[in-house]
Design a protein around this ligand. Structure first.
Ligand SMILES: NC(=O)c1ccc[n+]([C@@H]2O[C@H](COP(=O)([O-])OP(=O)(O)OC[C@H]3O[C@@H](n4cnc5c(N)ncnc54)[C@H](O)[C@@H]3O)[C@@H](O)[C@H]2O)c1
Length: 327
């Protein structure tokens, strides 16, 4: 069985490729990634050497129809798992058009190409951010209305609707996952947890938006990857699966905890003007995934966070160059 993974040089895609190659021996993976600032070949260092013909990589833009067709002509693929995306909310506020190009046009090109080439399954990796923001009560279910706040989440919601339309109109076996905030190794140091860890390790100020009381629902990237694999293999076509680990944290508590683990002073914290359209709270109800596909998270937040902090301490040579070129 051969799977086409897109965006496999980013944070979650590279963790997914490692996970599959390690745990599911018969799989063959083709990875296409255009290598934006967030795509890093070193996220998969050693993978090609260790896996021989089980792994191959092509530098391809998913919004380039010809290049995607060429990849799909090369092999008969069982499935596409689409991770490729512009993924940072702040960057979407500065330049939304990149998000339309990759997240919407790119997804549609993949869906059409999958249809033409007879790819059986298509997993669209989406986000809980398509549901918008919650008040202090309740959780997002798969039936919550789409109410995205940022150009990022609006572009992901657009892609979700195109993917579901491909199921309804053409009968393509499309599956959608909507996951909460991920953390773990190889996350680009612009996202909250690695940003705070790397700043603290560099004794730089830790800037917190607004009052710091925004709530995110955290999940370890490996638990997300296991859930995507379960959906890919066993999910019901045309369905949406929320993925979450029931782990709500206020940003400020999380940042204080990181400083405590690193034995750094709270005086590094500085409050800055709030992000435009900043969602207040996310919380995800993943009971459908748990009951239908027998999934549950295996990482606790305290253990996963400590492990992630240790990874950033031990892998300075991975993140220091990224910070120099991107801050
Ligand atoms: N990070 C999270 O907390 C989170 C949570 C839920 C869902 N998601 C979704 O998971 C997916 C992966 O997120 P991530 O955090 O790994 O993102 P990331 O930014 O770390 O990685 C994105 C990857 O996509 C590649 N890419 C971008 N544009 C491309 C294009 N046009 N063609 C080919 N490759 C392209 C980049 O080079 C990069 O390797 C995204 O679709 C995101 O919306 C992320």
């Amino acid at each position: 069985m051969r799977i086409l993974v897109t965006g496999g040089c980013g944070f979650i895609g590279s963790n997914f490729i490692r996970f599959i190659l390690e745990h599911y021996k018969p799989e063959f993976i083709t990875n296409v990634d255009v290598l934006t600032y967030a795509g890093n070949l070193s996220n998969l260092q050693g993978i090609a050497e260790q896996n021989g013909e089980r792994y191959e990589f092509f530098k391809v833009d998913i919004a380039n129809q010809e290049a995607i067709d060429a990849v799909l002509t090369k092999h008969k693929f069982y499935a596409i798992v689409n991770f490729a995306a512009e993924s940072h909310v702040d960057r979407s506020i500065d330049s939304p058009l990149n998000f339309i190009h990759t997240n919407i046009v790119g997804t549609e090109i993949l869906l059409e190409s999958a249809r033409r080439h007879g790819v059986k399954r298509f997993v669209q990796v989406s986000t809980d951010e398509v549901y918008g923001s919650l008040g202090s009560e309740g959780r997002f279910t798969e039936n919550s209305p789409l109410a995205p706040s940022s150009p990022y989440s609006a572009s992901k919601a657009g892609a979700d609707l195109l993917a579901l339309a491909a199921y309804r109109t053409f009968g393509q076996e499309v599956l959608l996952t909507r996951c909460s905030n991920n953390y773990g190794p190889y996350q680009f140091p612009e996202k909250l947890i690695p940003l705070m860890i790397t700043r603290a390790l560099s004794d730089e100020p830790l800037s917190i938006y607004g009052d710091g009381r925004n709530i995110r629902d955290w999940i370890h990237v490996e638990d997300h990857c296991r859930a995507i694999l379960a959906v890919l293999l066993e999910g019901k076509p045309g369905s949406v699966y929320n993925i979450g680990a029931d782990c709500e944290e206020e940003n400020i508590d999380l940042v204080r905890n990181i400083l405590k683990i690193l034995k750094k002073p709270e005086s590094l914290i500085e409050y800055v003007e709030d992000r435009l359209g900043h969602d207040r709270r996310y919380a995800i109800d993943s009971s459908r995934l748990r009951s239908e596909l027998d999934w549950k998270p295996l990482h606790t937040f305290s253990q996963g966070l400590e492990q992630t902090i240790t990874w950033y301490i031990e892998n300075r040579e991975w993140w220091e160059p990224l910070i120099k070129t991107n801050r």
